[in-house]
Write a new protein. Sequence first.
Length: 127
Amino acid sequence: MANKQFIQTPDAPAAIGTYSQAIRVNDTVYLSGQIGLDPATMQMSDTIEAQIHRVFQNLRAVTVAAGSDLNGIVKLNVFLTDLKHFAMVNEIMSGYFQQPYPARAAVGVSALPRGALVEMDGVLVVG
């Protein structure tokens, strides 16, 4: 059986359900979905732009806790309540990632936890 390690940081929002911020199995880290919650206040901005930035900041905090950074993400999943914001995700993402960018999927959904406008999860490779 693979060695499973719990990853947690106070620099990203605490789990609001029965899940971990991330789980590491060997050199692979599975990142739980992050919404735009500020980890200090557990509040969320009303604007999509601010939520996208906060999601990337939260993901970055978890990747750092796992011993890597955003550029270690090999697969990123983006969930949007309105796909018209996809261009903004691309624009903002270019400020957080370097090429080669991760493989990615973008999915339109009807709703997200806490009324979020965007959520992202991913797979990180470390080591």
